[in-house]
Design a protein around this ligand. Structure first.
Ligand code: SF4
Length: 366
């Protein structure tokens, strides 16, 4: 069962690093100067808590805090678990600060450890001033799994020195290491960061929206094919991010995940239409899970409009069916039925890529 997260952001906590893209004041949003017992208790109370809830320490490097502060926070969260107000604890951290804290963490009901990897290219990590290597990520993930924690990995597309191919290699390597879950997002240029300065000096070009969607789409399909849960695509929007001037550049969209999943569904629909081309009734119905219908329509109906424009020879309609699994698309045309899942689409896409076919038509979203 997916836990309900009660987040506590360590936005003012010391992090041993300053990555070129990071502005915790913007990404973590407004948080108190420290997580006092009163603040902790009030948030817990407001959240409703319960066995299915997970107290999560986000927004910084938990294991980079000094040991006494880690213990204080773990003890606050541990008491919440002991009293039934939460079911477990979740932390996020850097890969290179984790090992010395594992003994301490193991004494508390921590269930999940999320590691900020960002890239598996040492060159990209260096240029992003991450201060750790890909090897640190490998070692940290091995430790987390060996100790029996649930594991999560964060990766980013479009970091300095990276390319779409390089990002795909990162996604491939992480998928092969089999964490339980991942978060994926494109690098966004936030005010007050070194990345903003690099952009101003012409030393950095962010990904365009199309490239960012393509990169994240590849990663989504790659992870899903390996049964790795993709718990987030795109940065979580905070009120600070919405302030004028907070985002200087980069492919930011508040519904970025929908862009990615919508683009997968669009390509799947085109595959299905190509399959029936000229062989079926001109009345074509796509049947989707209710959970997918909005992504299938696309932002401002762009997917449906695109399909109708490109296949003006058929009459396209959409219907939802709760029996259809999320991520699966069924096409009905007269007597003909054909379904495709995201995983099948991944194999198809791979085969096309290896045959050298150009396979991108993301041109209707922006
Ligand atoms: S390690 Fe994490 S919290 Fe620290 S600067 Fe980098 S991204 Fe920000």
């Amino acid at each position: 069962m997916t836990p309900r997260i009660i987040p506590f952001f360590l936005s003012n906590a010391d992090c041993p690093n300053q990555c070129v893209f990071c502005n915790r004041g913007i990404t973590a949003g407004a948080s108190p100067a420290g997580i006092t017992p009163e603040y902790f208790g009030a948030v817990l109370e407001r959240s409703g808590g319960g066995e299915a809830a997970q107290v999560a320490f986000y927004g910084g490097d938990f294991t980079g805090l000094d040991a006494a502060e880690q213990e204080r926070l773990l003890s606050l969260a541990g008491s919440a678990v002991a009293s039934g107000k939460a079911g477990s604890i979740r932390i996020s951290c850097r890969p290179d600060t984790l090992a010395p804290s594992l003994g301490l963490i193991s004494r508390y009901p921590v269930r999940t450890i999320e590691i900020g990897a960002q890239s598996m290219s040492d060159e990209v990590l260096l240029r992003s001033k991450r201060g750790h290597t890909a090897r640190d990520v490998r070692n940290a993930l091995i430790l987390v799994k060996e100790k029996g924690f649930e594991s999560g990995i964060h990766i980013m597309a479009g970091l300095p020195g990276d390319t779409p191919e390089g990002f795909r290699r990162t996604a491939d390597e992480i998928a092969d290491m089999r964490p339980d879950m991942v978060r994926i997002h494109p690098a966004i240029v936030l005010a007050g960061t070194e990345l903003a300065e690099m952009l101003r000096r012409g030393e950095y070009s962010p990904l365009g929206m199309e490239e960012a969607v393509e990169c994240c789409r590849y990663a989504l399909l790659r992870f899903e094919a390996g049964n790795i849960s993709v718990i987030r695509i795109g940065l979580q929007t905070t009120p600070e991010m919405e302030r004028p001037g907070a985002i200087i550049g980069g492919p930011f969209h508040p519904a970025f995940r929908s862009l990615v999943t919508g683009s997968v569904l669009l390509e799947m629909a085109l595959e299905l239409l190509e399959y029936i081309n000229g062989r079926a009734d001109p009345d074509v119905e796509f049947v989707v899970s209710p959970a997918d219908v909005s992504d299938f329509h696309g932002i401002r109906n762009c997917n449906l409009n695109y399909l109708r424009e490109r296949h003006s020879d058929v009459r396209i309609s959409i219907r939802t069916d709760p029996e259809i699994r999320r991520g699966t698309l069924l096409l009905r045309a007269g007597e003909m039925r054909r379904a495709i899942s995201r995983t099948e689409y991944l194999s198809m896409n791979r085969a096309k890529r290896s045959a050298g076919a150009p396979y991108s038509f993301f041109n209707v979203f922006i």
